[in-house]
Design a protein around this ligand. Structure first.
Ligand code: PHE
Length: 342
């Protein structure tokens, strides 16, 4: 038995010496100390031995076991240190004293304008709210006075999920939630990504941004609406912009308007962005329909309010002279990294 142990010890020593990596060490551990390992088998064999011999032999085998364990642990720490060093040596070497070659990132132009607008409206007492992109039919349509089968739905075809939810077609989908959250009086803006099943061209995209605003209080009228729109536009464009109000139909406002600005890309002469009309629809708006207030838990006999749905993406195009809306979703850094925070 002792001879067997001695030859095992020698064989093990050689094998450990030759182990080249941590996997090899692990294999040895299993081969010697595992459930069916050689040392384990020796210990099992003790059952057959009797009396005094058993005690002595047991001590020897346990000693051998400890030696094997220590040896393996030593080898493993040696190998781990070597492997780490090899990793460091192979890592890319660079000179930390060189000036940075990579420019810091820039904000997407929509983000820049969105933040600017948030600041303007916050200074006028509006809270800024966020809302989800996947909404229910109720939130997007029913709650804003667009019942099932209403023809206004045709203008807002979108993408539906199997469970009947949909990608919101306009930020108005948040109106009900916000009216219920704040009650009257309230002033809130809520920017968001919107989706429509559109044929794309220079001024239409399936994905775009709007910024909705509502103000509800006693005696709110169209003059309040016009005041806020004008203040906002003059701040954003930092110059005088021509605007015109046309009647417009949206089931959730009454009366409803289209607020147009003169096309800043062609200066009003006509181009593909303004469909050669010289004007760009920028901000549909109007007085909130009594049904929408009611649905939001607000008494339309006591309170009135205005709502606007600013085309944020379109505003960005006007402000920076972006001719094709598709550039904004292109992910093309050459185009998108030109815009900086002032
Ligand atoms: N939600 C409308 C749209 O996207 C815009 C709008 C908002 C009109 C608020 C009036 C008032 O077409």
């Amino acid at each position: 038995m002792k001879e067997k142990m001695e030859s095992l010890r020698q064989r093990f020593s050689k094998e450990v010496e030759n182990a080249k990596n941590s996997e090899a060490v692990e294999k040895l551990r299993v081969a010697y100390l595992g459930k069916k390992g050689e040392v384990t088998e020796l210990l099992k064999g003790l059952k057959e031995v009797s009396g005094d011999q058993k005690k002595e032999l047991g001590q020897h085998i346990n000693q051998l076991k400890r030696q094997v364990e220590e040896h393996l642990a030593q080898k493993l720490s040696q190998i781990t240190a070597m492997e780490e060093q090899a990793l460091i040596d192979s890592a890319e070497q660079y000179d930390v004293t060189l000036p940075t070659a990579i420019q810091s990132g820039s904000y997407h132009p929509v983000t820049i304008i969105q933040r600017q607008l948030e600041e303007i409206f916050a200074s006028m007492g509006f809270v800024v709210e966020d809302f989800k992109e996947i909404v229910t039919d109720y939130e997007c349509f029913e709650a804003v006075n667009i019942p099932k089968d209403h023809p206004a739905r045709d203008m807002q075809d979108t993408y539906y999920l199997d469970n009947g939810q949909l990608l919101k077609t306009h930020t108005s989908a948040a109106q009900n939630h916000i009216l219920r959250k704040y009650g009257a009086p309230c002033r809130a803006i809520f920017p968001g990504r919107c989706f429509r099943n559109e044929a794309t061209d220079a001024s239409h995209e399936t994905t775009f941004f709007q910024m909705e605003g509502i103000m509800v209080d006693r005696n709110i009228s169209i003059s309040n609406l016009i005041y806020f729109m004008k203040t906002m536009l003059s701040e954003v464009f930092e110059r005088d912009v021509k605007v015109r109000l046309r009647p417009g139909f949206f089931p959730f406002v009454e009366p409803g308007f289209e607020l147009d600005i003169n096309c800043l890309i062609c200066g009003g002469e006509g181009c593909s962005t303004c469909h050669h009309s010289g004007w760009v629809e920028l901000c549909p708006c109007g007085m909130i329909h009594p049904n929408v207030l009611k649905e939001g838990g607000i008494d339309p006999e006591k309170y009135t309010g205005f709502a606007f749905g600013l085309g944020l993406t379109r505003l960005v195009m006007m402000k920076y002279g972006v001719k094709d809306i598709r550039d904004l979703n292109s992910g093309n850094l050459k185009a998108l990294s030109q815009f900086r925070h002032e």
